[in-house]
Design a protein around this ligand. Structure first.
Ligand SMILES: [Zn+2]
Length: 475
């Protein structure tokens, strides 16, 4: 069975079929660059990165476009507060955004278009919308007329009548309908402005994304992503603008990730509980942070708290530890009897990993499949000191590709502090090597004594044609 994704448009899981054979085009709503990104933003960007990586793993050529909103009320306010120009503010925070993505091993988008570099395209789109009767101008502002777009509400499920009643929409006498939204805002004192057919002004936020998505990905493309908070009004409005203009479907699959809470609460400025990626990285490694953020399914809420992230750290250590044990096995030229079993288990687990990812990117189940591999490796290493080189490389490569290439977790071995169990393993190996030497010299008394004493300590020792195996007695 192929890949299935949960499409917010229609609210159901669907088979994923790209528009063009072998190619997937994705748009991800990028940051408004007025501050550092926080770990909730990071969850969305990491999820988009994993979708991209998994599609590439599945053989698709992926084109990912993610905008940078560099003109917005928040940037203007920040500029007024700090005395720095709007350009300087957006430069500082877009540089910081890319640094944070790099730190989290989120691959950079193929294109990161900036809103201020696409003003003429936006003006053209707005002009077209006015000509087609979907938008109207009032005193230098241009609004989208939601009543003209029949499908308005199809993404969010919000009915227009309900919107009109809603207290969330501010009363604006210029609008024909309270749910109409601004495509172009006339200049206000102290704000940046561009010249347009409606006078000086600047574009609204929603038109930026529609315009840039269509410019780089075409009128219809495959996947549009973003946090759940963007469904309404942002994505609903993006659809209204683009589909009114072209008469064609805009994005075919809409994927939205759930909230990240902190200590059970939504992150917000007013609660003062916003954790930036930078601050989180002062305490946790990027691998641990990333591993934690994908430990829940993207459509499930996830809470950032000390216990959960410590647990993620321990789990990741277990994976790295098993990889290190595998890599430290001595290589031999022929395949031993336990190896077939190890390979079979690893291949089966790889299938489970793919099934999990095919089922709407179920990362917790995919991680569970990696743990099945970890257990198989540990069982093997507990019983064997050697492995055929080809087996070692197949097992390692399987884990490496899934962990590094698909989940984006870089394997860290060698530079970790050795754990107590690593030391015990090495010590037992050393003792068994000495015993082997004694046996070769027919020093039976000493070799039997070593075996006896190890057994008294709880080790089970078996001499087989493939060498001496050991494991700890189950307690
Ligand atoms: Zn957007």
């Amino acid at each position: 069975m192929g890949l299935r994704v949960f499409n917010t448009l229609g609210m159901r899981k669907e088979e994923f079929v790209p528009l063009r054979d072998g190619e997937v085009r994705i748009y991800v709503c990028g940051p408004t660059v007025y501050d550092f990104i926080h770990i909730g933003n990071a969850r969305a960007f990491i999820f988009a990165d994993i979708v991209r990586r998994y599609l590439e793993y599945r053989g698709f050529n992926v084109i990912l476009v993610s905008n940078i909103t560099d003109v917005d009320d928040k940037i203007i306010r920040r500029s007024q507060e700090t005395g720095l120009s709007m350009q300087r503010i957006s430069e500082i925070y877009s540089d910081a955004y890319f640094e944070d993505l790099d730190a989290l091993n989120v691959r950079r988008p193929n294109v990161s278009p900036r809103a201020t570099q696409h003003i003429s395209e936006m003006i053209e789109v707005i002009q077209n919308l006015i000509e087609k009767g979907f938008a109207y101008q009032v005193d230098g502002d241009v609004y989208f007329d939601v009543l003209k777009f029949e499908d308005y509400g199809k993404l969010s499920g919000n009915k227009l009548e309900a919107l009109e009643m809603g207290a969330r929409i501010e009363v604006n006498p210029k609008k024909r309908n309270p749910a109409d939204f601004a495509l172009w805002k006339s200049r206000k004192e102290g704000e940046p402005a561009w010249y347009s057919p409606w006078g000086w002004g600047r574009p609204g936020w929603h038109i930026e994304c529609s315009t840039m998505a269509m410019k780089y990905l075409g009128e219809t493309f495959d996947i549009h992503m973003g946090g759940k908070d963007l469904i309404f009004p942002h994505h609903e409005n993006e659809i209204a603008q683009a589909e009114s203009l072209t008469g064609k479907p805009f994005a075919r699959y809409w994927l939205h990730n759930e909230w990240l809470t902190v200590g059970g609460q939504k992150m917000s400025k007013s609660l003062g509980n916003i954790i930036t990626v930078r601050d989180a990285l002062k305490i946790y490694s990027p691998q641990v942070l990333r591993f934690f953020l994908i430990s829940a399914h993207y459509r499930s809420p996830l809470d950032f708290n000390k216990e959960s992230i410590e647990q993620a750290k321990i789990n990741l250590e277990k994976i790295f530890n098993a990889i290190e044990r595998l890599l430290s096995l001595k290589e031999r030229s022929e395949r031993g009897e336990d190896e077939e079993f190890l390979l079979a288990q690893v291949r089966e687990a790889k299938k489970r990993f793919e099934e999990a990812m095919d089922d709407d990117f179920n990362t917790p189940l995919a991680i569970a499949a990696i743990f099945d591999m970890v257990r198989a490796v540990n069982t093997y290493v507990n019983r064997n000191g050697e492995i055929e080189a080809a087996t070692k490389s197949e097992v390692y490569e399987t884990i490496r590709v899934l962990l590094e290439d698909v989940l984006g977790i870089k394997i860290e071995v060698g530079k970790r502090e050795k754990t107590r169990s690593d030391i015990i393993n090495s010590l037992v190996e050393l003792i068994l090597e000495v015993r082997q030497e004694m046996r070769r010299r027919k020093e039976w008394e000493i070799s039997d004594k070593i075996r006896e004493r190890l057994q008294m300590l709880g080790f089970i020792i078996e001499d087989t044609p493939q060498g001496t195996k050991w494991r700890l007695k189950e307690t």
